[in-house]
Design a protein around this ligand. Structure first.
Ligand code: MET
Ligand code: ZN
Ligand code: ZN
Length: 456
């Protein structure tokens, strides 16, 4: 009965109460009341954040900002809301350190989530439904509302324990990451406010790990969102002739598929990691002449278009890919053109790859590893993030930035149906962040030496 109630999408106020009942149902064996479970308020706060609809393309950013600020107030963090672009707040929180001369620590997370096909989920993606295994189902449960709340929970616990940081800790909750971060992290990273934070290190999002090792990322692939278009003479649907728009586009698609396979084969053969090859995936395919019943069937269309999400490793040869696009994928000789919806630089302004060092020149990497270990976690080897994050904008400012989301033993479900995170992993992640924040804020070394982009 109670489980059934949980799956109903209901008004937010009631939702919290019912979800709490779900929690009781799931986590208590017999008679213990919900208040007796020490983790209940932590889970409930996570659920509240997940229930705020910040889905692109119409995120309710101010609802999220109000919630974050209320959380910050409850643990006495300083807060400010900055609108680099109207309607797109960046919430910046501060836990002042006792030695303001030391470079500070930034814990970044984005507040927006990708949209969901509600009806294809087992539980509504904004319900934050907690099942009997302790899995919380919601868009953003992995990407990346979990991380934003874990930062806050870790600080809540550190404050309660009486811990005093030496370095200041900032938390930024930024908008629009899922659409490129141009009105969010990009403007924030280029601002005077940002410069004045005197940062030494930034943590941003990583990925879930299906095994017991957490994953940490020192770089990421750059997104190029490419649209190719073919034009050709229209004609009767029964006629065989050369240079139709669809034929011309299909030739390109075949060529792109071959390239995709060659890259994927390197991964399948174990020669390259996912983040080390160029990925190309079709995002849309568009052609045809619409009719009331669908499409006109006996007319060969005069235009055909396809869109591709391409991701490029930081050390890839961009020039050769650009040539391939112009000469093989969208050649003028086949009546084709191309444009980019998004084309992020692979190199920084001085022409070097946007990479954070992972060797001894970067003390933050080792501190992270040790801190994770102290929290009884394990870190896999450093990786290139296969998708893209806001960390690029922080690296572009010459800062070391590490992608890390503490989710071990978890299937990778970001942008997928039924995204979930297990509460046990979520709670473990809070302990991991407690350990990291302690280590980072207590570090007294010359942290920025040897890790700026100029020295890579
Ligand atoms: C194009 S900006 C990146 C958006 C999102 N994080 C992705 O990797 O798809
Ligand atoms: Zn994300
Ligand atoms: Zn995402």
């Amino acid at each position: 009965m109670k489980m059934k109630l949980c799956s109903i999408n209901m008004a937010k106020n009631n939702c919290h109460i019912i979800l709490s009942i779900c929690f009781l149902y799931s986590f208590t064996i017999s008679t213990a009341s919900i208040q007796e479970h020490p983790s209940e308020p932590i889970i409930s706060r996570f659920q509240q954040y997940l229930q705020i609809d910040t889905a692109q393309p119409t995120p309710h950013y101010y609802e999220a900002a109000d919630f974050i600020i209320s959380q910050a107030n409850s643990i006495s963090l300083e807060s400010q809301t900055i609108e680099f672009v109207k309607g797109k707040p960046v919430v910046l929180l501060k836990w002042p350190g006792s030695d303001p001369s030391l470079p500070s620590v930034l814990l970044n997370s984005h507040t927006d989530i990708v949209p969901s096909e509600h009806e294809k989920w087992n539980h509504h993606p904004l319900s934050a439904y907690l099942d009997s295994q302790g899995n919380v189902f919601a868009r953003g449960s992995q990407d990346m509302k979990c991380v934003g709340m874990q930062y806050l929970e870790a600080i809540r616990r550190l404050k309660a324990s009486g811990f005093q940081p030496l370095r200041s800790v900032y938390l930024s909750f930024v908008p629009d990451e899922e659409i490129g971060g141009h009105d969010g992290a990009e403007k924030f990273a280029e601002s005077d406010v940002f410069e004045k934070l005197n940062l030494g290190i930034v943590l941003d999002e990583g990925l879930a790990s299906p095994n017991e090792n957490y994953r940490a990322f020192y770089a990421e692939r750059s997104p190029w969102w490419l649209v190719i278009k073919a034009i050709g003479a229209p004609g009767h649907g029964a006629k065989l002739y050369d240079n139709t728009a669809v034929e011309n586009l299909m030739k390109s698609i075949e060529s792109i598929r071959k390239f995709r396979a060659s890259q994927f084969d390197l991964v399948k053969a174990g020669l390259k990691e996912e983040g080390e090859v160029v990925s190309v995936n079709m995002a849309f395919l568009k052609s045809g002449t619409p009719s009331p019943t669908g499409f006109v069937m006996n007319l060969q269309p005069s235009e055909a278009e396809a869109g591709f999400d391409i991701r490029i490793p930081p050390t890839a040869d961009c020039k050769s890919l650009e040539r391939r696009i112009a000469e093989e994928w969208a050649p003028a000789s086949r009546n084709m053109t191309f444009r980019f919806i998004q084309k992020m630089a692979v190199l920084d302004k001085s022409g070097k790859p946007l990479i954070t060092s992972t060797d001894s020149s970067n003390p933050w990497w080792n501190l992270l590893e040790e801190a994770v270990k102290r929290a009884n976690g394990k870190l896999g080897k450093p990786e290139i993030f296969p998708a893209s994050t806001d960390a690029r904008y922080f690296r572009d400012q010459g800062l070391p930035a590490i992608g890390f989301s503490p989710m071990a033993n978890t299937p990778i479900l970001l942008h997928d149906h039924n995204e979930f995170l297990n509460i046990a992993e979520y709670l473990k992640g809070i302990e991991v962040y407690e350990s990291i924040i302690k280590a980072y804020t207590s570090y007294t070394g010359h942290a920025r030496s040897g890790v700026t982009k100029d020295e890579l």
